[in-house]
Design a protein around this ligand. Structure first.
Ligand SMILES: NC(=O)c1ccc[n+]([C@@H]2O[C@H](COP(=O)([O-])OP(=O)(O)OC[C@H]3O[C@@H](n4cnc5c(N)ncnc54)[C@H](OP(=O)(O)O)[C@@H]3O)[C@@H](O)[C@H]2O)c1
Length: 271
């Protein structure tokens, strides 16, 4: 049986939920091993990574500020991580680093579980934001066959940069986002707006079809104003906590060969 020697690496990492999630599953499935949070600053990544390999670590979660810079240190990067341009999960085997990005999987899986009859293929989405999370989400949507994806971001050039990787994207001005919701099947907020301590997301849902699903990947608070507003007008709201846990499911599968079940106990513990 695999013994997991796992860790989340980043700076800062004290607030990471990853140790709680992976330790929960190690215990639940009787898998030997441990999972820690290890602080590594940007300028020490290369030599600290070598140390972790020497110490026998075999599963790493990667968080800020290393998601992009670690790519040059990996032996293999899969197509998903390449398209997203960032790595968040590494398996170490025989001293070699195999990298992927599990955010796209986590995002899609969360929607599939929350709305089992949701059809992605040939449907239309609007993504608010063009940061790292948006790239992963757009990759997930493209993989599912979504043909018409609108992206709108405060800094328009950042959205336009994504068209190089995802040529079918349509970029809309941040000022025009309310009108862009007409005919949309899925609205996703990937900005940090609406998060506790951040500014509110100022958006009107008047043009959004009643059948559209609304997913906010901000999960603190769990029911953001966007989701409350969506729910009050009959749109199906999906919270962001599922994406966080399902992206971890994929890493756990890669490292330990087990597909963990996401239980309410775990969701409550993470919240
Ligand atoms: N549920 C999950 O599993 C999960 C996973 C990843 C991230 N998240 C959450 O998703 C959010 C984004 O993460 P990220 O990694 O993509 O961050 P990021 O790369 O820093 O991107 C931040 C995004 O928010 C926008 N933004 C920030 N402040 C804004 C403002 N005042 N007005 C308009 N837009 C603003 C940025 O627009 P500009 O380009 O104009 O700055 C950018 O599009 C965070 O809240 C994070 O906690 C959740």
């Amino acid at each position: 049986m695999t013994i997991l020697k796992g860790a989340v690496i980043g700076y800062p990492v004290q607030k990471s939920k990853s140790p709680l999630i992976y330790r929960h599953w190690l215990k639940a499935y009787g898998i030997p091993g441990n999972y820690e949070a290890i602080e590594i600053q940007a300028d020490e990544l290369s030599h600290r990574l070598s140390q972790l390999i020497d110490q026998g670590y075999n599963g790493l979660s990667v968080t800020l500020p290393h998601k992009q810079t670690i790519m040059s240190l990996c032996d293999e990067i899969d197509d998903t991580a390449r398209a997203i341009g960032a790595v968040n999960s590494i398996q170490i085997k025989d001293g070699k680093l195999y990298a992927t990005n599990t955010d796209a999987f986590g995002f899609i899986q969360n929607i599939k579980i929350a709305v089992p009859d949701f059809i992605f293929k040939n449907r239309r989405a609007c993504v608010l934001g063009a940061g790292g999370a948006a790239r992963a989400i757009i990759q997930g949507l493209v993989e599912q066959g979504m043909t018409d994806i609108i992206v709108t971001n405060r800094t328009r050039t950042r959205a336009e940069d994504m068209v190089t990787t995802f040529p079918s994207l349509r970029v809309v001005d941040w000022a025009d986002k309310d009108q862009a919701l007409s005919g949309i099947d899925l609205l996703v907020n990937t900005t940090s707006l609406g998060m506790e301590g951040q500014d509110r997301l100022d958006i009107s849902l008047d043009h959004l079809p009643p059948s559209a699903v609304v997913n906010d990947i901000v999960y603190y608070p769990l029911m953001t104003d966007l989701l409350k507003n969506a729910e009050s007008r009959g749109n199906k709201p999906i919270t962001g906590i599922g994406m966080l846990i399902h992206q971890a499911c994929r890493s756990f599968h890669n490292w330990c060969g087990v597909d963990p079940v996401v239980t309410d106990d775990l969701i409550q513990a993470v919240l």
